[in-house]
Each structure stands twice: as structure tokens, then as C-alpha cells.
Ligand binder design. Structure first.
Ligand code: ATP
Ligand code: AMO
Length: 434
């Protein structure tokens, strides 16, 4: 359709061909309007029944909503038209008719359940506010990539079919790989470290992670997008600076480039870019503050993982993003380094949004013997990880990094209720297609 132009580019005085979906037909009797919608907006097509070819009128007004039509005609200024211009058609072609029984109403007049929306994503995405989420998601990923490049990072892609898990054995999806047991990767963790230890030094990856999560919650997916960073000669504080940089860059990009999308989502007044450094609370301070809120039935003690209600209470108390640093070593994975002066204390950190965890990271154990000890302490067989551990014998610099949940970033920025709204085709326990 080389002659077709976007409706937004139709200039009064021109003859134009536009194509898109039938948003609405308004028949006022002698005059009727077809509102045609495309990616750029909407345009009114005017049918003056008595003055126009009967067949043309029949075609234009007989078509069902959401059909694809192509219209050629004169573009004129018309103050009463929704966009100030309209087309008087000379030709109307029904390119692809739509079944009049639609499984969901893209005009949004009738609300649909999330599951109906996800089963019919193509129709769902015809809604302005749904499309806005994915335009903003794309903008976030663009801004994050650009910020990593500004931090001197190289974008990498690591394998998703792997021989070993890293984030706890219960959450692996097993697959068969030419007769051998293999898994879908839970995190690029080991691979990004192997590359940070090369001359490449600073890397990032934006890619899928697969987790056979037990729980069915509004903030867990079984396939998620992880935004990973790893940098040689970095410690946990450097990694937290990078977290702050990329998260803030995402907010700034939306502020600068997504005003129409924010408006479509009704967020134009409340959207704010974080304007202060994210406070860094130690784990010890975090449990003290949670206990002080009195929101939990039982007081937390050193060594406890933070329960969701505890995170919520602290989130309300702090009121914005914050880091929790210096976690007990025993609740952080083997690859996280302990403090040199206190083996009970790790360099692991999390970035929290008041609603949920967004990031985990830390400085890594780069000393071969200590790394092997760490595997053994967590009941893992270091021999299975030989492909990884052996590189620690050949000059592995101190390094640090993090993983940021892409959908959780989108979800918290836009205040979405369910993480599934931030993915086109989410994977959860009940959903394997589309
Ligand atoms: P009928 O008398 O059978 O309803 P008609 O052909 O006389 O139809 P009009 O009286 O011109 O139609 O318009 C009907 C309604 O449509 C009016 O409310 C008018 O304001 C509105 N209208 C007319 N032309 C346009 C236009 N180009 N864009 C938007 N609204 C229009
Ligand atoms: P972690 O397991 O904490 O750390 O994951 C990092 C971040 O990824 C997101 N995330 C998820 N989002 C949606 N659904 C899920 N099932 C899911 N699981 C994780 C969260 C989480 O904070 N290797 C480490 C990172 C590192 O140390 O570099 C890791 O994977 O936002």
C-alpha cells in the first residue's frame, strides 16, 4: 500500500489515501461518519448520503467495526470533526472485514477481564491506553540501553539453554537436549561474570529468564525480561550507582518522550522522575525499621528473609525507591562476596520500590578457593560448574553486578496492578498460549 499515508499526515487541500480500522460509525440520518483509526490517530470520513454514489455509501457504512478499510478522497478542514479535518471519500475498499461479534471491545466502552484481553491481544492493543504501556516499555528499554552504553558497557547475549541453574534448584524448567538433561536459564548470572572477567570488562544484557515459580502472584512471571549488568573492577557501591543511573534514565526518557502515552494512561499529572539519590539502608536498619512500624505480628530477627508485608511496611515508611545492603551471607547466593572483615555479612543488595523488589545484585566472589567453598556451603557440586569456576584460575578481577526485572520496572513506573499487563504474551502457570 505504497500510496497510503498516516491519517495524521492528511493535509486539508490534498487528495489522500488512508487505511486503518473502523473505530466507529455514527449515522445521523442524511449524514453519517466513519471514524477510521490507525497508528497515528483517527480521521473522520464523511458520507452525505443523498449526494454520493449509493454503492460507496453502502460499502462505507455497511462495514462492521474493527474491519480494515482503505479510503481515498479529498481532505478538508472541518472544525466539527474530532481532529479538525475530514475526508469526503471517492473510493472505499474493505481490505479485511471483521466479524461483528468481537471477543472484546477495543473502544473500551465495555470492560474486559485481563484473561480475555490476553487471549485477544491484537484487539486489546487497539486500545490507546494498552498501546501506551508498550510504547513506554519500548522507550524504557531504549533509555536503559543508551544509559548502559554511556556507562561504557557492551551489550551481550548469553545462552538460554543451559546445563546448570544458579538461583535455587526448585525454580528450574527442565528440558531434554539431545538426550541430555538441560534447563531454561534462570539468569545470565554465570555467563555475564565470565565475560566481565575478560577484557570486555563491562557488560549488559536484556533478555528472557525462565523460572518455574511456585506462586501465582501479580508480580511473578514464569518468563520475564531481565536487565543485567556486570562490571570488572566494580564493587557493590559502583553497581548501585549503575542501578540508580539506569532506573532514573528510564523515568527521564518517559518524561521527555512519552507525554501522549502518559495522557492516554491518565498519568500526566502524577508522573514524577525520582529527583533524589535512593537511600541505602543496611539490612539491619531495615529490620529495625520494619519492627518499629508494628505492622508485623512477629518481630523480625537477624537472619530472617524479609516477608512481603515487611517490605510493604518499609516501603510506606521510606516512601520511594531505596536499597537494602549488607544482607546476611546465608540468605544470598554463592556468587555473592562476603565482607572481608565479617564473613556473616554479604555485599549483596536489593533495590526496592515501595511496592516490590526491583533488583538484586552485589559484589562477586572472585577468589577461586573461596568460590569453591561457597558452592559446597550451599550444597552445590562445584564439579558441575567447572565451566565457570575454572576461569577464576586465570585472572578474574574483582567484579560486581545486578539483575533488574524489566516488567517490574514497567509495572512500578506506570502503577500497573498486574505484571501481566507489562508483557504482550505473559507466561504463567495457567498460560502457555498465545
Ligand atoms: P439529517 O437532517 O437527516 O439528520 P443532515 O444531512 O441534514 O441530516 P446535518 O443537519 O448537516 O445533517 O448534520 C447533522 C448533525 O451532524 C448536526 O449535529 C451537525 O452539527 C453534524 N455535522 C454535520 N456535518 C458535520 C461534520 N462535517 N463533522 C461533524 N459533525 C457534522
Ligand atoms: P533475582 O533472582 O533477585 O537475582 O532476580 C533479579 C530481578 O529479576 C526480577 N525477577 C522477576 N520478575 C518477574 N517474575 C519473576 N519470576 C522474577 N524473578 C526475578 C526481579 C528481581 O529483583 N542473578 C541475580 C542478579 C544478580 O545478582 O546480578 C538474580 O537473578 O525484579
Amino acid at each position: 500500500m505504497q500510496d497510503r499515508i498516516y491519517t495524521a499526515d492528511a493535509e486539508p487541500g490534498d487528495d489522500a489515501t488512508v487505511a486503518g480500522w473502523v473505530h466507529e460509525i455514527r449515522d445521523l440520518g442524511g449524514i453519517a461518519f466513519l471514524i477510521l483509526r490507525d497508528n497515528s490517530g483517527k480521521i473522520q470520513v464523511k458520507f452525505e448520503k443523498d449526494d454520493m454514489d449509493e454503492e460507496l455509501v453502502e460499502t462505507g457504512l455497511g462495514v462492521s467495526r474493527e474491519s480494515v478499510v482503505k479510503v481515498t478522497g479529498a481532505v478538508e478542514e472541518e472544525p466539527r470533526a474530532p481532529t479538525g479535518v475530514e475526508i469526503t471519500p471517492e473510493e472505499v475498499e474493505v481490505v479485511a472485514p471483521a466479524d461483528p461479534e468481537l471477543p472484546l471491545d477495543p473502544s473500551g466502552k465495555v470492560d474486559a477481564e485481563l484473561s480475555t484481553r490476553l487471549d485477544n491481544r491484537t484487539l486489546d492493543l487497539r486500545k490507546e491506553e494498552v498501546q501506551a504501556v508498550f510504547e513506554i516499555r519500548a522507550e524504557i528499554l531504549r533509555a536503559v540501553r543508551e544509559q548502559f552504553r554511556a556507562f561504557d558497557c557492551t551489550e551481550i547475549n548469553t545462552p538460554k539453554i543451559v546445563a546448570t541453574g544458579t538461583e535455587g534448584g526448585t525454580e528450574l524448567f527442565p528440558i531434554t537436549y539431545f538426550g541430555e538433561e538441560a534447563f531454561m536459564n534462570q539468569s545470565p548470572q554465570l555467563f555475564k561474570q565470565l565475560i566481565a572477567g575478560s577484557n570486555v570488562e563491562r557488560v549488559f544484557e536484556i533478555g528472557p529468564i525462565f523460572r518455574a515459580e511456585e506462586h501465582n502472584t501479580p508480580r511473578h512471571l514464569n518468563e520475564a525480561t531481565s536487565i543485567d549488568f556486570e562490571g570488572a573492577f566494580c564493587d557493590q557501591n559502583d553497581a548501585m550507582d549503575v542501578v540508580e543511573g539506569v532506573v532514573t534514565a528510564a523515568y527521564e526518557a518517559i518524561q521527555e518522550n512519552c507525554s501522549d502515552e502518559l495522557e492516554a494512561l491518565g498519568l500526566e499529572d502524577e508522573f514524577e522522575v525520582p529527583d533524589e539519590a535512593f537511600p541505602r539502608l543496611s539490612y539491619e536498619e531495615a529490620i529495625e525499621r520494619i519492627n518499629a512500624t508494628g505492622e508485623l505480628d512477629e518481630q523480625l530477627v537477624w537472619g530472617d528473609d524479609l516477608p512481603t508485608e515487611g517490605e510493604k511496611a518499609l516501603g510506606d515508611d521510606v516512601g520511594g525507591h531505596y536499597f537494602i545492603t549488607d544482607w546476611p551471607s546465608e540468605i544470598k547466593p554463592f556468587y555473592i562476596k562476603d565482607h572481608d572483615d565479617d564473613e556473616q555479612l554479604s555485599t549483596g543488595f536489593d533495590l526496592m520500590h515501595p511496592r516490590m523488589e526491583l533488583v538484586s545484585g552485589g559484589q562477586r566472589e572472585h577468589r577461586y578457593e573461596k568460590l569453591i567453598e561457597g558452592f559446597e556451603q550451599q550444597g552445590l557440586d562445584p564439579d558441575q560448574f567447572e565451566y565457570y569456576t575454572k576461569m577464576f584460575k586465570y585472572g578474574m578481577p574483582p567484579h560486581a553486578g545486578f539483575g533488574l526485572g524489566g516488567e517490574r520496572l514497567v509495572m512500578t513506573i506506570l502503577g500497573l496492578d498486574n505484571i501481566r499487563e507489562a508483557v504482550l504474551f505473559p507466561r504463567d502457570r495457567q498460560r502457555l498460549s498465545p
